[in-house]
Design a protein around this ligand. Structure first.
Ligand code: SF4
Length: 298
């Protein structure tokens, strides 16, 4: 593939990652505004005002909006005929390093066992790249995600006995939200994965965080469960930054697969208010479209 094309793709992804570190996605900005208007206590209102001010300054000063710029994770839907498929893993690594230098991003990659920080945000298996291969397709979709140490890296998963049913799933989710929900900075986007095993549920719970706020699972029963869990978690009253308030979450997104009849795997991952995920789609000649950030330009 052309070296020029590889360089162009690296530059666009690096610039996009840089942008997402400083500007939240449009749906998150909308939801934070909506939730802020529902709060009545001076403390909750002041926290939302601080979040807005934080965002304004991040743009003005050209700095990341949170000190923890996370470990980079990429969720791909890559066509088998996308011309840069063979180089893509290398391109994503280079783009991560470039964004780390240019944004700049905090150095969040420590080699396990050897215990040193690579200083580049790249290392063994980092950035994380999750592939979905799309047969006979020429395009590439990339979800970029900055997974923070306090929010969506410490997820939890468990395989329940089938008799525990959807009540067991609900209990698992609520137990996590009442014990852990404060550690990530609320209001949270809660991703729930339900599937046949612990690793399937875990990946689904993270993919659920890529879905837009306000979207629903296409299965009406799963969509009902999303609404019920949202009401239940809001009733805990975590409020912005966990300092009490009317709402705890920006939403609950469930993703699921079918499962073996004798188990029900469930996993929870939470995105914090600074939910830095982006979505960019490329065609084969590298025209691109961003669906999450209306202000992005090269
Ligand atoms: S939970 Fe989110 S906003 Fe809070 S410190 Fe971590 S990355 Fe930043």
């Amino acid at each position: 593939m052309s070296t020029q094309g590889t360089a162009v793709l690296t530059d666009i992804i690096a610039k996009f990652v840089d942008h997402t570190s400083k500007y939240l996605p449009d749906d998150v900005v909308r939801k934070l505004k909506e939730l802020s208007l529902q709060e009545e206590t001076p403390l909750a209102k002041a926290i939302y005002e601080t979040m807005m001010k934080n965002q304004e300054l991040a743009g003005k000063l050209n700095r990341p909006s949170c000190q923890d710029t996370g470990a980079l994770q990429y969720f791909l839907k890559c066509g088998t005929k996308f011309p840069y498929i063979d180089e893509l893993a290398e391109i994503l690594k280079n783009a991560t390093f470039k964004a780390t230098q240019e944004a700049p991003l905090r150095h969040n990659c420590v080699e396990t066992f050897d215990e040193y920080n690579t200083g580049k945000n790249i290392g063994t298996g980092i950035p994380s790249i999750f592939w979905d291969i799309v047969p006979n397709d020429e395009n590439l979709e990339v979800y970029t995600y900055m997974a923070g140490g306090g929010c969506s890296l410490p997820g939890k998963a468990k395989v329940l006995m089938p008799g525990e049913g959807y009540e067991g799933v609900t209990k698992f989710v609520l137990d996590i939200m009442t014990s852990y929900g404060l550690n990530a900075c609320p209001p949270l986007l809660v991703g729930v994965g339900i599937g046949t095993s612990v690793e399937v549920a875990s990946l689904l719970s993270k993919k659920a965080l890529m879905r837009p706020i306000g979207s629903h699972n296409t299965n009406p029963k799963a969509a009902d469960m999303e609404r019920l869990l949202e009401d239940g978690i809001n009733a805990i009253g975590l409020g912005p930054q966990g300092l009490t308030g009317k709402n705890s979450v920006m939403g609950v997104n469930i993703e699921n697969t079918a499962r073996h009849p004798s188990v029900i795997g469930v996993a929870v991952n939470v995105g914090c208010w600074s939910h830095r995920r982006g979505h960019i789609i490329f065609d084969k000649i590298l025209n691109y479209k961003v669906t999450t950030h209306s202000g992005f330009k090269m």
